[in-house]
Design a protein around this ligand. Structure first.
Ligand SMILES: [Zn+2]
Length: 204
């Protein structure tokens, strides 16, 4: 890093050829160092960027759960899970320890015709596809569906928090099925997919 005269220029990189802004420096400080933790998330092409981004942030525990807000000294009424009202609402609880989420994962496992989805940590969810026998396409479908499920759970949580809705497991499951079906159909390989994803996974 070098500083020149009255106008500061930040140089970095192995050869010092790259310049970057203050905002980028801040991002590096805030995010870069701690992101060196091993990340399991692989970006999935058949689901939207916003869902990929959400899962990426969730793995790094950068989503605004109640516990995360409390850590930032943002005032929340309590730290209890918005979906089940028991347990501290952090990433691990919301997506793996929550009774509401558990019901959704159970249904998704059945729909995908795979063993019941059990996870103790968010990272466990990101390797579910490795336990699924079959070709790379089956694994891609499962990986995407797991990510869509996380997204749907977070949406349901937010709707309850901000709009006062009372989400039900069956509604979240229906959302995941509907979005997965829609987004998978966007891929040419799956243009003619049938509704039963479990059957699809056995066929590909
Ligand atoms: Zn919960």
């Amino acid at each position: 890093m070098e500083v020149y005269g009255s106008k500061d220029i930040w140089l970095w990189g192995e050869n010092g050829k790259d310049t970057f802004s203050v905002a980028m420096v801040k991002n590096l400080i805030r995010e870069g160092m701690e992101d060196r933790r091993e990340q399991l998330m692989q970006w999935e092409t058949w689901i939207p960027m916003k869902v990929n981004l959400f899962v990426w942030r969730a793995e790094m525990e950068r989503i605004r759960t109640k516990v995360a807000l409390m850590r930032r000294r943002i005032n929340v009424q309590d730290g209890m899970c918005s979906l089940c009202d028991s347990g501290d609402e952090d990433v691990m609880h919301l997506f793996t320890g929550c009774t509401f989420s558990f019901g959704v994962w159970l249904a998704m496992g059945k729909w995908c015709n795979i063993a019941p989805i059990m996870a103790f940590h968010f990272k466990d969810l990101l390797s579910i596809q490795d336990q699924v026998p079959g070709c790379k396409w089956a694994k891609k479908v499962i990986r995407g569906i797991v990510m869509v499920t996380c997204w749907a759970l977070w949406k349901a949580r937010n709707e309850k928090v901000f709009q006062g809705t009372n989400p039900k497991v069956v509604e979240v499951v229906a959302m995941v099925k509907s979005w997965s079906f829609l987004w998978l159909k966007g891929m040419s390989k799956f243009a003619n997919i049938v509704w039963k994803i479990g059957l699809l996974i056995r066929c590909i």
